[in-house]
Design a protein around this ligand. Structure first.
Ligand SMILES: Nc1ncnc2c1ncn2[C@@H]1O[C@H](COP(=O)(O)OP(=O)(O)OP(=O)(O)O)[C@@H](O)[C@H]1O
Ligand SMILES: [Mg+2]
Length: 262
């Protein structure tokens, strides 16, 4: 049995609080407001999905939580401590897996540990993580020898090898075909349930949010403010035709200004 237990005995996950966060960019000399007083808390071990119109500011919010830039106003905190830079305990997986083409699967997954000088100490963790994502037989393969879904699995393994407290997913399945997407949704949920990290997922797919998350936050058009914060209190695995989820889907489509006729 492969486990994602931490080296040191402690509870996995982290509480992320976003407090009154507003953010502006400078667009050719004019301020572009992107986030408007966004506040929410993702509790330890929670799986929060973020939905909203294209360009409303979702990826920007994830970047602030990852510590890649500071918010113009407000505070983003991890377990009560202000986030003021990136940290290996918070990892991001993007839509594009961005693997190094000349490094094999194992060496791509090793990157995170290598960067922290932990390769010797925790090398066994790499093989364990490859098993977790079902790629143990492809350790020596190069990225061009993988399918899109397998490449995204490598990106996921590269994130999980650090035993993150927070996994930030920015449309990680956006480029996958619908069948691979469905199976990856289930796999990510299983990994999350086993490991207990906190997850923040941006997706354009309402069904994906409803199948995976314990909570769905719906944003307005830019500058993004929170339109709804909906608890999805359903056991896993979930079914897309569950009447409660169908109703939620209808509700969210309405919030996004789309009708549910299709
Ligand atoms: N570095 C930047 N400088 C200036 N403007 C930026 C920068 N990054 C993002 N923006 C602007 O901020 C707005 C929000 O972008 P963001 O990428 O957060 O949207 P999004 O909700 O993730 O969209 P999508 O769903 O299409 O991925 C956009 O109008 C974008 O042009
Ligand atoms: Mg985005």
């Amino acid at each position: 049995m492969v486990s994602l237990a931490h080296d040191i005995a402690r509870e996995p996950g982290v509480e992320i609080s976003v407090h009154e966060v507003s953010h502006r960019f400078d667009l050719e000399g004019a301020p572009l407001p992107v986030l408007d007083r966004v506040s929410f808390t993702a509790r330890r071990g929670e799986f929060v999905a973020l939905l909203g119109p294209s360009g409303c500011g979702k990826s920007t919010l994830l970047r602030l939580v990852a510590g890649l830039e500071p918010p113009t106003e407000g505070v983003v905190a991890a377990d009560g401590a202000r986030i003021d830079g990136p940290d290996p305990s918070r990892v991001v997986v993007f839509q594009d897996p961005t693997l190094f083409p000349w490094r094999n699967v194992r060496d791509n997954v090793a990157l995170g540990l290598e960067a922290q000088g932990l390769l010797k100490q925790r090398g066994a963790r790499i093989d364990e993580t490859l098993r977790l994502v079902g790629l143990e037989n492809f350790a020596k393969a190069l990225p061009h020898q993988l399918s899109g879904g397998m490449a995204q699995r490598v990106a996921l393994a590269r994130a999980l090898v650090n035993d993150p407290d927070l996994l930030i997913l920015d449309e990680p399945l956006g480029k996958l075909d619908s069948l691979t997407r469905l199976s990856m949704q289930g796999e990510i949920v299983n990994l999350w349930r086993r490991a207990g990290f906190t997850a923040l997922l941006v997706t354009h797919d309402i069904e994906e949010a409803l199948l995976m998350a314990t909570r769905v936050i719906v944003f307005s058009e830019r500058p993004a403010s929170i339109k709804a914060d909906i608890a999805i209190d359903k056991p896993y695995p979930r079914h897309r035709d569950d009447p409660d989820l169908v109703e939620r889907r209808r509700e969210i489509l309405g919030l996004l200004g789309l009708d549910a006729s299709w």
